[in-house]
Design a protein around this ligand. Structure first.
Ligand code: SF4
Ligand code: SF4
Length: 86
């Protein structure tokens, strides 16, 4: 499952396995862009016009800030939230 989402990069996979990963619910998202503006790592790109959200798992440090700010609960941090740095 993790491999399917983050790809073959072993380093990113290790982080995802240890610290969890951001999961995105496209059906709930309203493409407001709040998560992208909140992300200090510039890991999220939102295009309201195309109704698309792109999350770069390689940049994401699993801080959970995007999860906190999303008004639609479209983002969640899987696995072990106790290990997140907020
Ligand atoms: S904050 Fe939530 S609703 Fe807004 S673009 Fe991000 S995921 Fe979608
Ligand atoms: S968890 Fe943090 S680094 Fe990752 S996409 Fe959300 S705000 Fe950006």
């Amino acid at each position: 499952m993790i491999k399917e989402i983050v790809g073959k990069n072993r380093f990113i996979r290790k982080i995802a396995e240890r610290r969890g990963m951001i999961e995105y619910d496209g059906a709930a998202c309203v493409f407001c862009g709040k998560c992208a503006r909140q992300c200090k790592m510039e890991a999220i790109t939102v295009s309201p016009k195309e109704r698309k959200l792109r999350l770069d798992h390689g940049r994401c440090v699993r801080c959970g800030q995007c999860v906190k700010i999303c008004p639609k609960t479209a983002l969640t941090l899987s696995c072990n939230p106790s290990q997140t740095v907020i």
